[in-house]
Design a protein around this ligand. Structure first.
Ligand code: TYM
Length: 349
């Protein structure tokens, strides 16, 4: 059941669903484009957040590393401020409805819709043999979202197309079988939705590249490492510190964007903050300072949480129970709609 409304609010709280893969090193783009928004708005919403390990295995993973990374990502989300009393946090494979929903949705999704996905095309181009799982990835994601009747899906810009596809699949299922799903909306932050690589500000910061020196600030980097990465960031040969659409100034624009999301300052205020800066060295030093201030408390909390294995397991089990309470009945509804019989309890005697 959805929680009751806070005083003064008339409409029901919006249901929010989002997810993150436990593969690669989680970086500042993931934090500013997604996680920070989840944390900041969790009191206003009815939230489900998922560590999507089934998505992670659509590309090759080392099994032992995946186990560690799933725990690590869960601890990191809690350390970043997800509050288990406000948000259900769970691991995707712990709630079997996700894989089942994917199958049911597969059967209404034309292959052509999946072949058009830009992320699929990018990833497929880098691999010799492409698995069915990689092609099917956005249908699994649609299942994640639709099982919870999510109104809002807060994501970075690179997931926009996948959420659009989830809308198309929801609409198609509703048309074929009657009104079943809420048609979800992507919620993409105005700033921070596309944090660019520090080594190449024309390409987005990405988990698969984040181990490369100077590409990303990783959320668990220490102050010295953060400082080093930001001081080495690629800028331009000028000295103007302002927001700009000019591709030649993408590096400066990216640094200002990072500063702006972390401090919550507006565009004009941000530029004013740097009016007295002496060149890009100053800009980088100040951006590094706010990033270090934002990430240091998260890293410290993470160090504590990751040690308490029993507590982390307990929280994830509780999150999975809350997720099952919503997704279980929804999956049954999907099955009934398409004409599958539900298993009845076997009676003895
Ligand atoms: P993933 O794990 O790649 O990324 C997690 C979130 O971080 C955002 N993000 C960025 N934001 C700004 N700048 C960047 N450079 C940047 N890089 C990544 C992503 O947009 C995302 O919001 N398919 C999803 C996970 C998923 C999901 C879902 C999301 C599975 N099921 C259901 C929403 C709803 C993914 O791989 O995210």
């Amino acid at each position: 059941m959805k929680p009751t409304n806070p005083p003064g609010e008339t409409a029901a709280r919006k249901r929010v669903f989002s997810g993150i893969q436990p593969s690669g090193d989680v970086h500042l783009g993931n934090y500013l484009g997604a996680i920070k928004g989840w944390v900041d708005r969790q009191t206003e919403k009815d939230n489900f957040f998922c560590v999507v390990d089934l998505h992670a295995i659509t590309t090759p993973q080392d099994p032992d590393a995946l186990v560690r990374q799933t725990r690590s990502m869960s601890a990191l989300l809690l350390a970043a401020g997800l509050d288990p009393s406000l948000s259900a946090l769970f691991v995707q494979s712990h709630v079997t409805a996700h894989a089942e929903a994917c199958w049911l949705l597969n059967c209404v999704t034309p292959v052509g819709w999946l072949e058009r996905m830009t992320q699929y095309k990018d990833k497929a181009a880098k691999q010799e043999s492409i698995t069915t799982g990689l092609l099917d990835y956005p249908v699994l994601m649609a299942g994640d979202i639709l099982l919870y009747d999510a109104d809002e899906v807060p994501v970075g810009d690179d997931q926009r197309q996948h959420v659009e596809l989830a809308r198309d699949i929801a609409q198609r299922f509703n048309r074929l079988y009657g009104d079943t799903f809420v048609v979800p909306q992507a919620v993409i932050p105005q700033v921070g939705a596309r944090v660019m690589g520090l080594d190449d500000p024309t390409a987005k910061m990405s988990k698969s590249e984040s181990a490369a020196r100077g590409h990303a600030v990783r959320m668990l980097d220490g102050p010295d490492e953060i400082q080093r990465s930001i001081m080495r960031a690629v800028t331009d040969s000028g000295n103007e510190i302002r927001f700009s659409d000019d591709p030649g100034k993408a590096g400066v624009d990216n640094l200002l964007g990072i500063y702006r999301v972390i401090t919550g300052r507006g565009e004009a205020e941000t530029e004013a903050d740097f009016a007295d800066a002496r060149g890009y060295g100053d800009l980088k030093a100040r951006v590094a300072e706010v990033v270090i201030d934002a990430l240091t408390p998260i890293r410290r909390r993470y160090d504590e949480l990751i040690r308490d294995t029993a507590e982390l397991d307990r929280l994830l089990a509780r999150g999975a129970e809350r997720a099952e309470a919503v997704s279980g009945p929804k999956l049954d509804e999907m099955k009934r709609r398409v004409g599958l019989t539900l298993r009845r309890p076997a009676h003895t005697g």
